[in-house]
Design a protein. Structure first.
Length: 347
């Protein structure tokens, strides 16, 4: 009898322990949201092959225990992005984003750039002494519609037309306050300055080319798809004038794409700080309703097929000395002007 009782107690204890470690099922809608998200990441993430997916799924399932709604599930997503080393992607749910904040990134110390960015800078286009055109191009968040990108590109182009681009003998394109957004309106807006042609593209994790981006007759194309249709309001005679590009540690994402698009262009040189290092292409996938998973799935290349896996290093490194209120006292602008004045140009 004692032996039978002992076996019964052991079995009960084992059953209880097993009940404590076996994850309780999530509500169907929550489980479906989680499963679809993980499948999308496993299929499209740039670092998908660096992850043990059965093990990750099991860990995530355990971390999700107790979630009775999708909202209660969301705190698990920063952990998932961390496992994929993706600090450029995020989950959007009802207007709020959930992403991994990579604490390994060094703290950016340039107070002048941070302060200027905090003031939400706008587009600035003006003529500097010596007929040097200056364009401060901040990030442009134009949404996902072609209409919004068209409108944003027109703002840039119209601002250029007001100063008559033909009057400039060279250009400074200031990307120090460009923290990303939509690449199409930025590049289409700058088309009168940088000219038509193949500017860059995306490659997969193995370096295989994916979509390529171009300017054709002043409009932005992704492969053969025309994204903008801009009227030629101020035809520019020459689009091959020297260009100096200014960079900072806050130049990020699509801001870095603009910088990459200028790499390899003749008579073009960059000045400033290494960029942020979000040089991966994000693709968004709908999960349900207004919920989207944005995944870093591709890398970026310039017109010469050079792949950028991290930040862009400027041709002329310059730390500090930024003065956005008085460009005559700005060290990076001064260095750009010194170089531009040495370049032979014809009006």
């Amino acid at each position: 009898m004692k032996h039978i009782l002992l076996v019964t107690l052991c079995a009960a204890a084992t059953s209880g322990a097993r009940a404590q470690t076996t994850p309780a099922p999530l509500p169907d809608s929550v489980q479906a949201f989680l499963d679809k998200s993980l499948t999308l990441l496993e299929t499209h993430s740039l670092e998908r092959n660096a992850v043990n997916w059965p093990q990750l799924r099991q860990t995530v399932q355990q971390k999700a225990q107790g979630a009775q709604s999708v909202r209660e599930l969301l705190p698990v997503f920063p952990y998932v992005f961390e496992q994929l080393k993706d600090d450029h992607g995020w989950l959007t749910y009802k207007g709020k984003t959930y992403k991994w904040h990579n604490t390994a990134r060094p703290t950016y110390a340039n107070a002048a750039v941070k302060a200027a960015l905090a003031r939400k800078p706008g587009l600035v286009i003006r003529m500097l002494p010596g007929r040097i055109g200056y364009v401060q191009l901040p990030g442009i968040n134009a949404g996902g519609s072609l209409e919004a990108m068209q409108a944003a590109a027109l703002v840039v182009q119209d601002s250029l037309c007001r100063i008559n681009p033909d009057q400039a003998r060279a250009w400074i394109i200031d990307l120090r306050l460009n923290d990303g957004g939509a690449m199409a309106p930025m590049l289409a807006g700058l088309a009168p300055l940088i000219g038509d042609g193949h500017l860059g593209g995306f490659v997969d994790k193995d370096g295989k080319p994916d979509q390529q981006w171009y300017l054709r007759q002043g409009n932005f194309y992704m492969d053969s798809m025309q994204v903008t249709t801009l009227p030629n309001r101020c035809p520019v005679r020459r689009t091959d004038k020297p260009v100096a590009v200014l960079l900072s540690g806050m130049t990020a994402s699509s801001g870095e794409i603009v910088a990459i698009s200028l790499r390899g262009r003749p008579t073009t040189r960059s000045f400033g700080e290494p960029t942020y290092g979000a040089t991966t292409a994000n693709e968004s996938y709908r999960i349900s309703g207004s919920s989207y998973l944005t995944i870093a799935g591709l890398q970026e290349t310039d017109r010469n097929r050079v792949i950028y896996k991290t930040s862009l290093t400027p041709d002329v490194p310059i730390s500090g000395g930024d003065n956005f209120t008085d460009l005559s006292q700005d060290a990076k602008v001064a260095a750009a002007l010194k170089w531009l004045k040495k370049q032979k140009t014809r009006s």
